[in-house]
Design a protein around this ligand. Structure first.
Ligand SMILES: [Zn+2]
Length: 72
């Protein structure tokens, strides 16, 4: 979190201007503290859901194929 010495408070990274200045007092805040948004990494349960969805859809495709072969 960027810290403004003049205002004595933390600044939300998205409130700090592109020049790295405080929106309230225009003082330069420590730019090294301005966090860049971390690349979004999908959590493991997302991939479990994706795998389950693929398995489900794969099964539906197989089922549809069985229905077509059996003439419904
Ligand atoms: Zn300030």
């Amino acid at each position: 979190m960027p810290w403004c010495d003049d205002c004595d408070r933390y600044l939300a990274p998205n409130t700090v201007s592109a020049e790295g200045t405080c929106p309230t007092c225009d003082a330069t805040v420590d730019a090294t503290d301005v966090e860049q948004p971390a690349p979004v990494k999908a959590p493991w349960h997302f991939w479990v859901m994706v795998a389950a969805l693929i398995a489900y859809l794969g099964w539906r495709v197989i089922q549809a194929g069985i229905w077509v072969v059996n003439g419904f």
